[in-house]
Write a protein that binds this ligand. Structure first.
Ligand code: CTP
Ligand code: MG
Length: 269
């Protein structure tokens, strides 16, 4: 079916002709990934810093850098190393094959995740417009998840999180550290909850502002999007992926190696 009517003009869309009040065009988008990898991995038990522990012989951090570099959107990866381990991490990355189209920089981190991410952001060159923040501890995130986050940021969202519905019901409790029984305070409706993963994607200027405003003391934020929420800006959700789980406890190492074995069996990777 055809129609000869022209669409109504919108007051929000610029028509043809010059718009002197809009100023210069925005810079072309350029996306960097910041990978906080400075944690010790206390919950994983004694051993090397978590990001340097291996999965099927390859350090978790190398898996994570490859996962970011595999996304066509990402042209720079900034790895935030343990404060005293930047040289060791640089050597480790130089010893492993990484896509040559992606530049990889290493900077020393801090004592909280929030501080480590701030140090990574401070190392970004001026032409970076978009940032993905990705935990080294999520080494197996699929490329489709990275691409979906990067695309949503390029589409204009100031902050994007990949997220999944929860399997478990969640209780809010009055926490106790003395080993005594904790009292349940409430049960949030599970259908309204999401478990968020990384990479979380941001307009670079928005994330820098969020980190500047956040208090540097204390435990620090476990999540960058939460800092953007405090600015009153919208954070949008894209579908997460079960393979983007965080390696936190010893059993997660078993799961991660099983995922790698399944990939090798199914696509010969
Ligand atoms: N991280 C960081 N700097 C810190 C603490 C954490 O860069 N000072 C990073 C970790 O390396 C990890 C990510 O933040 O990639 C998510 O943190 P988490 O899973 O808690 O890792 P760890 O802090 O290393 O583990 P744990 O809390 O068990 O000690
Ligand atoms: Mg931690």
């Amino acid at each position: 079916m055809s129609s000869s009517t022209t669409p109504p003009s919108s007051p929000f869309l610029p028509g043809p002709g010059p718009h002197p009040e809009t100023g210069p065009p925005p810079p072309p988008p350029r996306t960097a990934a910041v990978i906080p990898a400075a944690g010790r991995g206390v919950r994983l038990g004694p051993g090397a810093p978590k990001a340097l522990r291996t999965l099927n012989g390859t350090p978790m951090l190398v898996h994570a850098v490859r996962a970011m570099a595999r996304s066509r959107a990402v042209s720079l990866v900034v790895v935030v190393a343990p404060p005293d381990g930047a040289a060791e991490v640089r050597t480790l990355l130089d010893d492993h094959a990484l896509p040559s189209t992606t530049e990889v920089a290493v900077v020393p981190g801090g004592s909280t995740r929030q501080e480590s991410v701030s140090l990574g952001l401070a190392a970004l060159p001026a032409d970076i417009t978009d940032v993905l923040v990705h935990d080294a501890a999520r080494p197996l995130v699929p490329a489709e998840t990275v691409d979906a986050v990067a695309a949503a940021v390029r589409g204009g969202a100031p902050a994007v999180v990949p997220a999944l519905p929860l399997a478990d019901t969640v209780k809010e409790v009055d926490p106790r550290t003395d080993g005594g029984p904790e009292t349940v305070l409430g049960t949030p409706e599970r259908a309204r909850l999401r478990a968020v993963q990384t990479p979380q994607g941001f307009n670079r200027e928005t994330l820098a502002r969020a980190h500047e405003k956040a208090a540097p003391e204390g435990e620090g934020a476990t999540d960058d999007a939460g800092l953007v929420e405090r600015l009153g800006l919208p954070v949008v959700v894209v579908p997460g992926h079960e393979e983007a789980f965080k390696v936190t406890r010893p059993l997660d190492l078993v799961l991660a190696e099983a995922v790698l074995a399944r990939r090798r069996a199914t696509d010969g990777f």
